[in-house]
Design a protein around this ligand. Structure first.
Ligand code: NAP
Length: 481
């Protein structure tokens, strides 16, 4: 199998927040990689901006240092060539300095994209100044990072700020989960194969589990994270997006609005979640004295670093099928997956083997991206007819070899921006619909003053999350199992 790299059109990419963590760790190394594989045309240019006062050479040195730290497998001569396409202009996003200089170097006849790798408090101000300086041409694109708001009201305000200067077709709201290879493969699995579609409904699916487990803690992001928590930081965007792709109806075509229309319908069909169907947790301080509360300002913080909940989608296809969502920090393993549990066979013809298990289709997002189907087979050998569960396993690395070295999610998404393809980006109404579902859930526990349960670091989360499943006669898949 030969992967094709199709160069994009010439572009000017203006990277706001170019000296920041995300730009240096992900976006710039990702752009270098696209250059290395030949996707960036000769005339492509990246213009970094931030308030820090330095010239283009200083910025190039900073990128070299970041590449050494975060992406050391670069080729030196190619990195030099890449850096010759990089410039830097100091710009104060909310002031006057730098805008005229930025305007001067932008070219009128190439694709123009503004990537806002800065806090959301700067989004509207930057959009406004781009407009004031006539930089927001009708075909230019603006990319914004998460978090897209803190609640419905703030998301609406962000949408208004952006839409005052850009049309919706110019706005790219990043959810980097959508750029992951396996997430897109979920769409291929569902809509390019006829095997699963007849089974993809409440008649055949018992329940779905979506897990995003992290081993890292809040670390240096404690102050930010404590204002947010797992529900806002992970469920509202990443896990809801995974749920949408799992549950949505087949779009009539693979086009941005057809796909996003179907996703919005899923979010709007999400039912309110009962208090009893939510388990929140906060990781304890371990022996070394490192715990959630050691990284946040409020020693009595009630913010959750873990959440598990049972969601229901109130539509014909999914009536009565629970979608269990679970995410947390400092858990046993770093693992993201979607597991679709099919119903148990209704009757067994095999004597003395106990109840049969349903098939489970697992879409692994990380690590070791791939797809597994749990099936029941006869145990090999003599001595009676015994059954056991085995996995039909498709690891991308095994099946595709080098071809499995797919671009990082950020690389793919930035190139989609240049191509003008919004399919893998959240539309404004989608972000608002997700907040409209999340807000009352958060308000519920805030008004009740609920405290998250404590859980041990390196565990699967608090006992309450296990109980959430046990009550329904089900079990979570083991994290790191
Ligand atoms: P960061 O390290 O704090 O960087 C912020 C950047 O913005 C710096 O380059 C800073 O440079 C610039 N900046 C701040 N105020 C400015 C102003 N008034 N005018 C012009 N530039 C200004 O933040 P980050 O971690 O890179 O995150 C950036 C955005 O991505 C945030 O919205 C964050 O939530 C989101 N995000 C980050 C990650 C991650 O892994 N880091 C992951 C997902 C989403 P100067 O101080 O020199 O101006």
């Amino acid at each position: 199998m030969v992967s094709r790299v199709i160069p994009v059109n010439p572009f000017d990419l203006v990277l706001f927040g170019a000296t920041g963590d995300l730009a240096q760790r992900k976006i710039l190394p990702g752009l270098y990689h696209r250059f290395e594989v030949g996707q960036m045309p000769e005339e492509a240019r990246i213009i970094g901006t931030a308030r820090s006062d330095m010239d283009s050479d200083g910025f190039r040195d900073q990128i070299r240092a970041s590449m050494n730290e975060f992406a050391p497998a670069f080729k030196k001569d190619l990195l030099d060539q890449f850096l010759s396409r990089v410039e830097y202009v100091p710009v104060d996003a909310l002031g006057k300095a730098g805008w005229a200089e930025l305007a001067k170097i932008l070219r009128p006849d190439v694709v123009r994209a503004f990537y806002l790798s800065v806090g959301p408090n700067l989004f509207s101000g930057i959009a406004q100044r781009l407009n004031d300086h006539d930089l927001a041409t009708p075909d230019s694109r603006i990319v914004v990072e998460k978090p897209f708001g803190h609640d419905l009201a703030s998301a609406k305000a962000l949408n208004e700020g952006l839409r005052a200067c850009f049309e919706e077709h110019q706005i790219y709201r990043i959810d980097h989960y959508l750029g992951k290879e396996t997430v897109q493969n979920l769409m291929a699995l569902r809509f390019a194969n006829s095997l699963f579609e007849p089974l993809w409904n409440s008649t055949h699916v018992d329940h779905v589990q979506i897990t995003v487990a992290e081993t890292v803690g809040v670390g240096g992001r404690g102050a930010y994270y404590d204002q947010s928590g797992a529900m806002r930081d992970m469920i509202q965007n990443h896990l809801v997006q995974l749920l949408c792709l799992t549950a949505m109806e087949p779009p009539s075509k693979f086009s941005p609005n057809a796909v996003r229309d179907e996703k919005v319908k899923v979010i709007e069909a999400l039912e309110p979640v009962a208090q009893a169907d939510i388990a929140r947790g906060q990781y304890r301080t371990d022996k070394s004295g490192d715990g959630y509360l050691d990284h946040v300002e409020n020693p009595a913080s009630r913010t959750e670093s873990f959440i598990a909940l049972k969601a229901h989608i109130g539509n014909w296809r999914w009536a009565g099928v629970p979608f269990y969502l679970r995410t947390g920090k400092r858990l046993r393993a770093r693992e993201s997956e979607i597991a679709v549990f099919f119903r148990d066979p209704p009757h067994t013809i095999f004597p003395n083997v106990g109840p049969l298990h349903g098939n489970v289709l697992v879409i692994r997002l990380q690590p070791d991206e791939g797809i597994t189907l749990r099936t029941t087979i006869k145990e090999p050998g003599q001595g009676g007819f015994r059954l056991s569960d085995v996995a039909l396993d498709m690891s991308f690395a095994d099946a595709l070899g080098d071809e499995s070295q797919s671009p990082d999610a950020y690389e793919r998404l930035v190139m989609d921006v240049i191509r003008g393809d919004q399919t893998l980006f959240m539309r404004g109404d989608e972000a608002e619909a997700a907040w409209a579902w999340v807000d009352p859930i958060v308000k519920g526990w805030e008004e009740r003053g609920d405290r998250p349960a404590r859980y041990d670091q390196g565990s699967s989360g608090p006992e309450e999350a296990l109980m959430l499943m046990h009550r329904d006669g089900r079990r979570w898949r083991q994290i790191g199992g």
